[in-house]
Write a protein that binds this ligand. Structure first.
Ligand SMILES: [Zn+2]
Length: 223
């Protein structure tokens, strides 16, 4: 079970996690994030799509993929996107003891210089969160496309984003084989749709995430 839009009550329960980027920007901004890559089958195509709109994004990488496909990772970085740690082996924090979990995060950190972290499945025990927050900005999301769900069509995924995203939203997509078919359909449509609405697409950085929240009135009106 998962929720397309992260309810405010959950966001409030974990106020130190980043659910949305609530700082003032000149134009309404979306923060697209791609989890589980990089992979040669899809990530280069994602980069091409983003480049067509001068869009920047954030890639939460699995260390094992970074190790295998270092040139794909290099292309992501060279294109000006940011990368985040998504553990070495995509571990579920709820099912993993702290010591092996932290070891896996550190293993990924050896492949990837970043202070952004997203827990696989969005799952962390409180003790894991407490420790990781000393070293990382923990980046969650407020909108899931659902591209990983075999029950959903590409249209469902497109609608999930369009019906729920607003300025500052952090949107989850995947550069994984499981999501490939949907991402190839939905990403170009999302870029075109929000571009037409006057949005820009930016990357998440630790500096941006720790700025004080202050969405302008102009942005709220366009929401
Ligand atoms: Zn993941």
């Amino acid at each position: 079970m998962y929720l397309i839009k992260t309810p405010r009550v959950i966001q409030k329960l974990f106020p130190t996690f980043h659910w949305r980027a609530e700082h003032a920007t000149a134009q309404p901004t979306l923060y697209l994030t791609f989890d589980d890559g990089p992979i040669p089958q899809l990530t280069p195509w994602v980069l091409e799509q983003l480049a067509q709109y001068d869009a920047k994004a954030t890639f939460f990488c699995v260390g094992n993929n970074v190790r295998r496909y270092s040139s794909v990772l290099q292309a992501v970085v060279d294109a000006g996107h940011t990368v985040g740690n998504h553990t070495m082996h995509h571990l579920d924090g709820w099912k993993t003891d702290n010591v092996p979990y932290f070891h896996d995060v550190r293993h990924c950190a050896k492949q990837l210089k970043t202070t952004l972290f997203r827990p696989p499945y969005g799952r962390l025990k409180p003790s894991q969160a407490q420790f990781l927050q000393r070293h990382y900005e923990i980046v969650m999301w407020d909108v899931l496309s659902g591209d990983f769900d075999p029950e959903l069509t590409p249209d469902d995924c497109f609608d999930n984003v369009v019906n729920n995203a607003r300025p500052g939203s952090i949107v989850v997509l995947h550069d994984s084989l499981k999501a490939e078919e949907k991402v190839r359909n939905v990403l170009p449509r999302l870029l075109a749709h929000y571009h037409k609405l006057g949005y820009v697409f930016d990357r998440l950085t630790p500096e941006l995430l720790t700025q004080p929240a202050a969405l302008s009135d102009v942005q709220l009106k366009t929401a």
